[in-house]
Design a protein around this ligand. Structure first.
Ligand code: SF4
Length: 187
């Protein structure tokens, strides 16, 4: 159903249609040219779900990681993991993108950027991230209130509604659902 995303559109699409958890990983990757394992898994499987094919996924990660670790080390240490996510290595399991429940229950450590920002960010950092995303001050208080009361997916749903000016009656339960619902509205 949702049209596959090509590499040239990815920056624009990340801004308009990625949920905060993925947008944050995406920005950190561009900033640091690196993500630790948990972040590579969470973002990598999401991008696969968005329709990035294996060649584009390899090109995407290579472009960033090679700036930090060099091409050779990328091919040796990281390309395998990407092919693995696509079921091309190891047990050839075709790994599925993570749901909100799985992401919310993860436990990011120091230097990790994966997880759900509504749960894992401090209130101050969450406010800053939401405001960068374009959430207005009126919606902000409702989102923060939901996050404070541990209704993380509701907080994400309210963010979606504030950014799209449309109700999301089903609620957000998967980052790839956030993405496809957003594309349906914006395309
Ligand atoms: Fe991502 Fe789900 Fe958290 Fe939204 S509620 S930021 S989609 S994990």
């Amino acid at each position: 159903e949702c049209a596959d995303i090509s590499l040239k559109d990815i920056d624009q699409v990340a801004k308009s249609s990625f949920p905060l958890c993925m947008r944050y990983l995406f920005e950190k990757l561009k900033e640091d040219h690196h993500l630790k394992h948990g972040g590579r898994m969470q973002l990598g499987l999401f991008l696969k779900g968005v329709g990035l094919n294996l060649d584009d996924a390899l090109a995407f990660w290579r472009a960033e990681f090679s700036k930090r670790v060099g091409l050779e080390k990328f091919e040796k240490q990281y390309a395998y993991g990407i092919r693995h996510n696509f079921g091309k290595e190891g047990k050839r399991t075709d790994y599925s993108p993570y749901s909100c429940t799985k992401i919310i229950s993860s436990t990011p450590g120091t230097g990790d950027h994966h997880g759900c920002p509504y749960r894992h960010f401090s209130e101050e950092n969450l406010r800053a991230a939401l405001s960068r995303m374009g959430v207005n001050s009126r919606a902000m208080e409702d989102v923060i209130d939901k996050a404070r009361n541990r209704h993380y997916q509701l907080a994400c749903t309210l963010t979606f509604e504030a950014l799209h000016g449309m109700p999301c009656d089903a609620g957000i339960n998967h980052p790839n659902q956030y993405f496809s619902d957003s594309r349906k509205i914006l395309q």
